[in-house]
Design a protein around this ligand. Structure first.
Ligand SMILES: Cc1cc2nc3c(=O)[nH]c(=O)nc-3n(C[C@H](O)[C@H](O)[C@H](O)COP(=O)(O)OP(=O)(O)OC[C@H]3O[C@@H](n4cnc5c(N)ncnc54)[C@H](O)[C@@H]3O)c2cc1C
Length: 440
């Protein structure tokens, strides 16, 4: 039998892979199948962002005189409906996983002690174990952090109504995404970032994100030293003064859930140390997903699950972290896959008009396309696809980059029209510029 601890994207995909290959698999899940991604991560952001984009689009149409009202969200109903849909998705995932032949033990906490796995107190005899216990939001040690009115993505369902003034602590993608949602819903939002806001993002995309967050106050290099209030948050103190707030949202990163994993080697963040086959220091014990540390992304977690499962099956597969696409969901999907910038050339243009951005032309908010390439060979170093559907473009472009296509290969590319993909056109243009220069 193979035991998997955690039924998030990493553990669930690994379990299906192994069961489909004929292995007896037991998955231990103490919360809801689908993990953080479904219950408090990607899906809630999708759900709330969909509504925020609708409100944003209605605002643009009203400015143009095309519609006369902008809808307002009924936040409690929104959270309730979102919860119902999450449960529905969870039941589909449960069905899919069981149909593959996986036995699921719900409601028991899995743990590891050296080479032995447990579900609660019950020892599970296993030929191999995969630890896929994921991560949780980091809660910084700030006095007042336990006050009612302080939320993380995990405790968001406890928000009874929309706050009027929200402080978001953190400068990450998650901070940007929730700032967009709550400011579009009508809250006055201030981001307090301890360092540079979106510091790891391409500079063009970062400026675009800041532009799409026009209603949000973004303050950088400001630590929060105290969260104040009697029986609820009322304000936040920084070295530069106090800020009123009736809600604080923590977007200060994620922490691996590795406390239940005894005996495996861990790093400074508590992340389980693995090699490129997802093997831990203990024979036949593998780990994958957020519990092995950043980049905390669902597709990476799923792929690590496949790598772990294949190695258990005797199929040698290694995890490759090059060409990982990412996205920031604001008005548009600000998506990118950037591998290399050193010695590279780049061209950027505003995103084309088309489905999802036609009515944005008057405001100039149509997104952006960018191609990063080697000016001699035309090899692709990266792309940005910021616009409606940018995430799909970035995913496929990441794959194309993995296959070592160059801008010259786009000479053969035939697009769908209308669409808001500006990347292929830029690649064709870059190819013609390189060819012209090489002729002269
Ligand atoms: C707000 C937010 C937004 C995000 N948005 C995106 C996004 O847009 N795109 C993206 O790619 N990624 C996003 N992520 C990251 C993504 O959610 C994670 O990378 C992904 O869920 C990791 O999958 P996992 O299986 O490793 O862990 P998790 O999803 O954390 O799943 C771990 C599972 O293990 C279970 N578990 C934990 N401990 C035990 C135990 N001891 N016993 C039994 N079960 C246990 C948990 O209940 C959980 O079901 C976001 C995260 C957050 C917080």
């Amino acid at each position: 039998m193979i035991v998997i601890l955690g039924g998030g994207p990493a553990g669930r995909i690994a379990s299906i892979r192994l069961a489909t290959a004929g292995k007896q698999v037991t998955l231990v899940e103490h919360g809801g199948i689908g993990g953080q991604c479904l219950h408090s991560g990607c899906m809630p952001v999708c759900a709330l962002n969909d509504v925020a984009r609708l409100i944003h689009a209605a605002g643009e149409l009203r400015t143009l005189g095309v519609v006369d009202t902008v809808p307002a969200p009924d936040f409690p109903v929104l959270l309730k409906k979102m919860g119902e849909i999450q449960q529905k998705i969870a039941s589909i995932l449960d069905e899919e996983t069981r149909s593959a032949g996986v036995e699921i033990i719900y409601g028991k906490t899995g743990r590891l002690s050296g080479r032995t796995a447990y579900a609660g107190d019950e020892e599970l005899r296993a030929e191999a174990i995969i630890a896929a216990t994921g991560s949780r939001p980091s809660v910084p040690a700030i006095p007042g952090i336990d006050l009612p009115g302080v939320f993380t993505s995990k405790t968001l369902p406890g928000m009874k109504g929309l706050p009027s003034k929200m402080v978001i602590i953190g400068g990450s993608v998650v901070a940007a995404e929730f700032a967009y949602i709550f400011s579009t819903f009508g809250c006055e939002v201030t981001i307090l970032s301890r360092s540079t806001f979106l510091k790891e993002t391409d500079k063009h995309l970062r400026s675009l994100a800041i532009r799409e967050l026009a209603g949000v106050t973004i303050r950088e290099n400001i630590p929060v030293i105290l969260i104040m209030g009697e029986d609820r948050v009322t304000s936040v103190r920084t070295p530069e003064g106090e800020l009123e707030a009736d809600a604080v949202f923590l977007a200060a990163g994620l922490v691996p859930n590795s406390e239940v994993l005894d005996g495996v080697k861990k790093g400074l963040l508590g992340e389980v140390v693995v090699d490129n086959r997802m093997r831990t220091n203990i024979a036949d014990v593998y780990a994958c997903g957020d519990v092995v540390g950043p980049p905390y992304l669902t597709p990476v977690a799923r792929h690590q699950g496949i790598v772990a499962a294949d190695n258990i099956l005797g199929i040698p597969r290694v995890m490759d972290y090059a060409n990982i696409p990412r996205s920031i969901s604001l008005t548009h999907e600000l998506a990118y896959c950037i591998n290399e910038t050193g010695g590279m050339g780049s061209i950027a243009i505003p995103g084309p008009a088309g489905p999802g951005s036609f009515w944005s032309v008057p405001s100039g908010q149509t997104g952006m396309a960018k191609v990063i390439f080697d000016p001699e060979s035309g090899d692709l170093g990266g792309i940005c696809a910021a616009g409606p559907g940018g995430g799909l473009i970035a995913g496929y472009m990441a794959f194309i980059m993995k296959k070592h296509f160059s801008v010259h290969d786009f000479e053969e590319f035939i697009e769908v029209h209308p669409s808001t993909d500006g990347v292929y056109g830029l690649a064709k243009y870059a190819s013609s510029v390189i060819k012209k220069r090489n002729k002269t």
